[in-house]
Design a protein around this ligand. Structure first.
Ligand SMILES: [Zn+2]
Length: 302
């Protein structure tokens, strides 16, 4: 456990106040747990009633959105003619934030219920010191992962269909993946932590009612993701968030409201120069996708 526990021990009014203060600040980073109020969480849920124009919920995006860069073969991909390891499986992907979230602060900052407390609809996400935005990073990793998953026979459910919109809110993202009956789901983020801190962190749910039946399976999936990240990428475990790259969170709608096995991964710290060089590289974004693919295959086929 980490100091995050303190957040949901606070009175509900404290969360509402924190959310209101965060909303007043306008922009919020996809920050680490350290010193961050629950309301500023990166992975919020979407409003139960969202503007159709903004909440670009959807299932499978058009084929035209498939990344043009075909990834190199990996150990996770079976040879041609072999049975596809993910045939019949449904995988949920939530690419954190959205490319135009910053254009509609009133929508972004309205409060939604995350299963425990009120928090803002979403944030703009983090960015590197050179201005590379987190929503673009998460979207590109998600597209690589979607292509890999489809190649291995899976059906993919996405929480957004482009990087040119606003929303959906984090509670709605959780509902999209629940209603899609995903066998497992991954929330993809990049952190906005302290500049001196490096590495990935896997955020796991804490039992709160809606997610009770997927706590142990999510923990197992989290171990698979951690193992795959260490094996398939050069990103180290976080030096500032959690223990051995694992942390538990009760303040995020995406984890509080999930009814399918799920973890959220902060793939690295966008505010750290070494991590930023990796996270902004298309090659490394493909490596992340391959690591997540390996974790998903291990989780579902073991
Ligand atoms: Zn984020």
């Amino acid at each position: 456990m980490t100091g995050d526990w303190r957040w949901f021990r606070l009175p509900r009014q404290a969360f509402a106040l924190a959310a209101a203060l965060t909303a007043g600040l306008g922009l919020s980073a996809c920050g680490s747990s350290a010193g961050r109020p629950a309301a500023a969480g990166p992975q919020a849920a979407a409003p139960s009633v969202a503007s159709p124009a903004r909440a670009t919920s959807g299932t499978t995006p058009p084929a035209s959105a498939t990344p043009s860069a075909s990834a190199t073969p990996s150990a996770a991909t079976p040879p041609a003619g072999a049975a596809k390891p993910l045939a019949g499986k449904i995988i949920g992907i939530d690419p954190g934030h959205n490319g135009r979230n910053g254009t509609d602060p009133s929508f972004l900052n309205h409060l939604i219920w995350n299963g425990r407390e009120w928090e803002t609809c979403d944030t703009t996400g983090a960015q590197t010191d050179s201005g590379y935005p987190e929503p673009l990073f998460t979207w590109r990793v998600a597209r690589f992962l979607r292509a890999d998953l489809r190649r291995d026979g899976a059906q993919v459910v996405m929480t957004r269909t482009s990087n040119r919109g606003v929303g959906p809110c984090v509670n709605r993202r959780a509902k999209i993946l629940n209603r899609g009956h995903a066998n497992v789901a991954i929330d993809i983020h990049g952190d906005g932590g302290p500049a001196s801190g490096r590495g990935f962190a896997i955020l796991e749910p804490i039992r709160d009612g809606p997610n009770d039946r997927v706590i142990s399976s999510s923990e197992r999936f989290g171990r698979d993701v951690r193992r795959a990240f260490l094996r398939h990428t050069s990103m180290p475990e976080s030096s500032y968030d959690g223990v051995h790259g694992i942390t538990y969170r009760g303040d995020l709608a995406g984890l509080n409201l999930t009814r399918v096995p799920k973890v959220l991964i902060e793939c690295g710290n966008m505010r750290n120069a070494a991590d930023a060089r990796l996270l902004t590289s298309a090659w490394f974004q493909r490596r992340i996708a391959r690591a997540l693919l390996a974790a998903i295959i291990r989780f579902l086929t073991r």
